[in-house]
Ligand binder design. Structure first.
Ligand code: C2E
Ligand code: MG
Ligand code: MG
Length: 547
């Protein structure tokens, strides 16, 4: 190693003041909002579904309950009509009294002739009482059918629902029904299960209505109305009675739906918030780790904690050492010697890599410059990452990669297949071309493990293909064919590249490769990566032995 002081990191490569990317702030905002937004949306959809379900159930229950009450009433009114032919006599009074006494739903019965109440279950009226309210005297257009009338004031006080049964065009009998019988529909509203419940006659008149909506809010009711529908922003569930011209309608207003959503989704909203907080905490700890690592990497560069090892490359024909691959390590103050795969990914992600490569180039120049000048048959290779070739979108030049002290023919730049993917290829290609114009060589590292498409490989300014260790591992015997590595070697030959096999660990692997026409090799079989002094001794000894 030279006695002069090692070069410092160039001032142009400075630790950025802000270590964290700006886009991370928007990521935090996104992480905070997305789970809350998702849980609220899902809970809203769930609330609407739940309400629709509830409404369908209640509309069906309302229709059934009303039919049951009306069927009993209709049967008793028919009997009254048949028994009395709508004529008031003692027999009719006795019949009505018996019905009022025995039928739970009926409060009062009466006989109406020519729109005048002639008698009810209590008395005969002399003169008969003229019915002035038009709604109360409404009867069906056909004999033997009932008409339901919304609650009206009765002679006894209070309000009752009326059911009129037409005997003929001039006479009808009626029954007063206690509206409390329908009180349970009111419970649906009171308990907050729906916002309104209606019982609607075929002509659209609401005979029962509970809740905040009015008759005017109802949708037009037709024979073929769907069970579930939306009308003017409100949700309706409609069940048509099979026995009477009657619809049971339950409804939910937007305000009601929002209230339900608010009440039910609050816990869900909290869980969304909880997920957001957890995600942000995770992101923050990740950011902290990254920022610590990034800070540490800069510190490693500034404090000269990185070291270079050189792994000899052997010409397998002559068995001479023809060069070395430069491999970086981090002499971590606490964790000891760290291998590049532990810290390089972070260096690549955080952009420290360009400063690191620059450091490697300067350090190679300092450590091996003089040696290489005196040994023109030895080369050194330097690994470049995609960012060094501008593949991360930064504008970079080739000047930072050049070693002035060393003749360019003795430098090989190793690029990976990632640098050649079409998105980045222009920038990478320009830099590789510039380096080659100066006499340097380019090797495609880890060949066969990445993206390289044969169809465009020949277009790249590449001199060497480095066959990845994974393929060399496939050679299990000197004599037996290893089809994968054969295939890779075949490609290299057809494109007329020089081949360097990596990761040779056994003699039979070397022999197999040599037999297959691979000239250069690198691997633990020849030597592990060495510190610079060890490497210089290795070259001297090895090349002396094979002279
Ligand atoms: P690579 O460029 O493919 O380097 C070869 C790797 O294989 C080295 O690992 C080397 O120690 C290892 N190796 C060589 N022969 C054998 C063998 O016979 N058996 C086994 N098991 N391994 C062998 P290392 O040093 O851990 O480097 C890993 C990777 O890190 C390198 O792969 C290279 O892509 C990257 N790297 C190393 N130094 C630098 C650098 O200065 N800059 C950049 N950008 N990348 C570097
Ligand atoms: Mg390499
Ligand atoms: Mg490799």
């Amino acid at each position: 190693m030279p006695r002069t002081k090692p070069p410092r990191l160039n001032r142009r490569f400075r630790r950025p003041r802000r270590l964290l990317a700006k886009h991370e702030i928007s990521l935090v905002v996104l992480l905070a909002l997305v789970p809350v937004f998702l849980t609220l949306t899902l809970s809203f959809l769930w609330t609407v579904r739940h309400i629709e379900h509830q409404m369908a159930f209640l509309a069906d229950a309302t229709a059934r309950r009303s039919e049951k009450i009306l069927k009993v009433t209709e049967t008793n009114l028919r009997q009254l009509a048949e028994h009395t032919s709508a004529r008031c006599d003692l027999n009719a009074l006795a019949f009505m009294r018996e019905k009022v006494f025995s039928v739970l739903y009926i409060r009062e019965m009466g006989i109406i002739n020519d729109n005048r109440l002639t008698c009810n279950d209590i008395q005969r009226f002399t003169p008969p009482v003229l019915i002035t309210d038009r709604e109360s005297s409404k009867i069906s257009e056909s004999d033997g059918e009932i008409t339901i009338v919304p609650p009206v004031a009765t002679l006894q006080g209070g309000k009752s629902m009326l059911v009129n049964y037409r005997v003929d065009a001039r006479n009808y009998v009626n029954a007063l029904i206690d509206p409390d019988l329908f009180q349970e529909f009111h419970e649906y509203v009171r308990l907050g299960e729906v916002s309104s419940v209606f019982l609607v006659r075929g002509d659209g008149k609401a005979v029962i209505s509970f809740g905040t909506m009015s008759e005017g809010d109802l949708p037009p009711l037709m024979e073929s109305i769907p069970h579930q529908l939306q009308h003017r922003g409100k949700l309706f569930s409609v069940y048509k009675s099979g026995a009477f011209p009657l619809y049971a309608v339950v409804a939910s207003s937007p305000a009601f739906i929002l209230r339900q959503w608010r009440d039910q989704s609050l816990p869900l909203g909290f869980s969304g918030l909880f997920i957001s907080v957890a995600l942000i905490a995770l992101l923050k700890s990740n950011r902290r780790r990254r920022s610590l690592l990034q800070g540490e990497l800069w510190q490693a560069l500034e404090n000269d904690e990185l070291v270079l090892h050189y792994q000899p490359v052997i010409d397998m024909h002559s068995q001479r050492c023809v060069g070395a691959e430069t491999l970086v390590r981090w002499q971590h103050p606490e964790q000891g010697l760290l291998m590049p795969l532990i810290f390089l990914p972070a260096a690549e992600q955080t952009g420290v890599i360009r400063a690191l490569t620059h450091w490697v180039v300067r350090r190679v120049e300092w450590e091996l410059g003089a040696f290489l000048k005196n040994n023109p048959d030895i080369y050194v290779s330097i690994n470049l990452s995609p960012s060094d070739l501008g593949c991360d979108g930064h504008k970079v030049g080739f000047e930072d990669l050049v070693i002035d002290l060393v003749p360019n023919g003795q430098i090989v730049y190793e690029v990976t297949e990632q640098s050649l993917i079409p998105d980045h290829v222009t920038s990478a290609n320009d830099i590789m071309q510039s380096l080659r114009r100066r006499g340097a060589k380019v090797a495609l590292d880890d060949f066969g493990t990445g993206y390289s498409s044969l169809s465009y490989l020949h277009r790249f300014p590449v001199d060497y293909l480095k066959i990845d260790k994974a393929f060399v591992d496939g050679i299990e015997d000197e004599a037996e064919s290893a089809s994968l590595v054969d295939h890779i070697i075949g490609i290299g030959h057809s494109l007329q590249f020089q081949l360097i096999a990596e990761g040779i660990e056994h003699l039979y692997q070397m022999r197999y490769l040599l037999k297959s026409g691979v000239q250069f090799g690198q691997g633990f079989f020849f030597s592990r990566p060495l510190a610079v002094d060890e490497f210089l001794v290795f070259v001297r000894e090895r090349n002396k032995e094979v002279m």
